[in-house]
Design a protein around this ligand. Structure first.
Ligand code: GDP
Length: 368
């Protein structure tokens, strides 16, 4: 028949096209029980893998959480806060409590004022209309903040199921795998089971205390640079090590290229400093504003790289975003997935950021 073949683990429709999507299987047999790669890895390696869904599918899934008694762990990436935060979350989770786990704090410079960061996150999430019971700064990679997170979960869960939700690449799998290693009985096979009544696969992770944590697919936000680049360039734009801010003393009429991925123009204002918070693997190139178009046309894909020449065409054309940085109080010019430029605000400035159409570019109060 032509019935859709489903994963016998999670129930997702099986497909061979999209390795990052749900229900992916390298080879599909025409009949018989088969499981998707994600479930295979959980069963055989006790390890969750990242899978992604589009916004519509994700919102449908969130709606299901709203109908349950849930405790939601909303995980965001501190390096791409505005890009990874799920702004619509509150509408969907209903009255269920939410813990905001702010991941990748290891990327901020060692000397960071963490109280300031915490206040900053609190202010931003309030402005976005998020109601959070607790904000936990953490690093899934460096194992920071997990005892706190687990303590909060234990204190607040009652008889609720715990759902972990997040955008792609925020570190959700790393976090859950950390929980599996530290807090679950590894001798036991992880269960792969579908919640009754759910239409999308969620994976139950049993912890030592007899409770479960539920992994959900990551949401794809097309406004993040990380969703636009090739896998090869992705590792170049996502910082691995703590950021080493690069300070530039600039005069008006100067431009800086971030590889060939974006461009910052200091259009008008007194001589002042700007600080670049981008992956250390990206080279910054300074030039005159008047020469910037020409330099880009001549050197993108070569000196100004990534992107490479062969992948340039895959990126949308640039949009120019102009901002007036007010005097007093530092501001960040934030480029979702790529980082930010801090305008130190000693005096006012007129600036512009060029980035591919669709990538979120905003001015915000400075994070650090
Ligand atoms: P998911 O798509 O949300 O499941 O994200 P992954 O767990 O697959 O992680 C995405 C990328 O972020 C990987 O390259 C991870 O190594 C990296 N990552 C995850 N957690 C952290 C963290 O705490 N700090 C840093 N610097 N990188 C992290």
């Amino acid at each position: 028949g032509s019935a859709v073949l489903r994963c016998s683990g999670c129930g997702a429709p099986l497909q061979t096209e999209d390795p990052a999507g749900i229900g992916y299987i390298p080879m599909l047999k025409e009949e018989g029980a088969q499981i998707c790669r994600r479930c295979f890895r959980i069963k055989n390696y006790n390890e969750v893998a990242s899978v992604a869904v589009n916004q519509d599918e994700f919102l449908r899934m969130l709606g299901q959480i709203g109908d349950r008694k849930a405790l939601v762990i909303h995980i965001v990436d501190l390096f791409d806060f505005e890009g990874s935060v799920i702004t619509g979350l509150q509408r969907f989770v209903g009255s269920n409590p939410v813990i905001l786990a702010v991941n990748k704090i290891d990327l901020l410079p060692k000397v960071t004022n963490w109280n300031k960061v915490r206040n900053w996150v609190q202010k931003q999430s309030k402005e976005l209309g998020l109601k959070t019971e607790e904000i936990i700064l953490c690093s899934a990679k460096k194992n920071i903040g997990f005892d706190r997170l687990l303590q909060e979960v234990a204190d607040r869960r009652g008889d609720r199921d715990v759902y972990v939700v997040g955008a792609t690449n925020v570190g959700k799998s790393t976090l859950i795998n950390r929980l599996i290693t530290d807090y679950s009985d590894l001798d036991e096979e992880l269960t792969v089971s579908r919640y009754p009544g759910t239409t999308l696969d969620m994976v139950n992770i049993p912890l030592d205390d007899g409770h479960y944590i539920v992994d959900t697919p990551g949401i794809v936000y097309p406004s993040r640079y990380t969703e636009l680049v090739t896998p090869g360039d992705l590792v170049k734009i996502m910082p691995e090590k703590p950021l080493k801010p690069a300070v530039y003393q600039l005069n008006e009429g100067q431009t800086l290229f971030i590889g060939g991925l974006a461009r910052f123009d200091f259009i008008a204002g007194e001589h002042q400093s700007f600080t670049f918070y981008t992956s250390g693997t990206l080279k910054l190139h300074r030039t005159k504003l008047g020469r910037a178009d020409e330099l880009y046309a001549e050197h993108v894909g070569e000196m100004l790289t990534p992107p490479s020449r062969e992948h340039m065409e895959d990126l949308p054309a640039w949009t120019r975003h102009e901002f007036r940085v007010p005097k007093g109080g530092a501001q960040d010019l934030f480029i979702s997935g790529l980082g930010w430029i801090r305008a130190n605000g000693q005096s006012g400035a007129k600036v512009a950021v060029h980035a591919p159409k669709g990538v979120k570019v905003i001015m915000r109060g400075s994070l650090v």
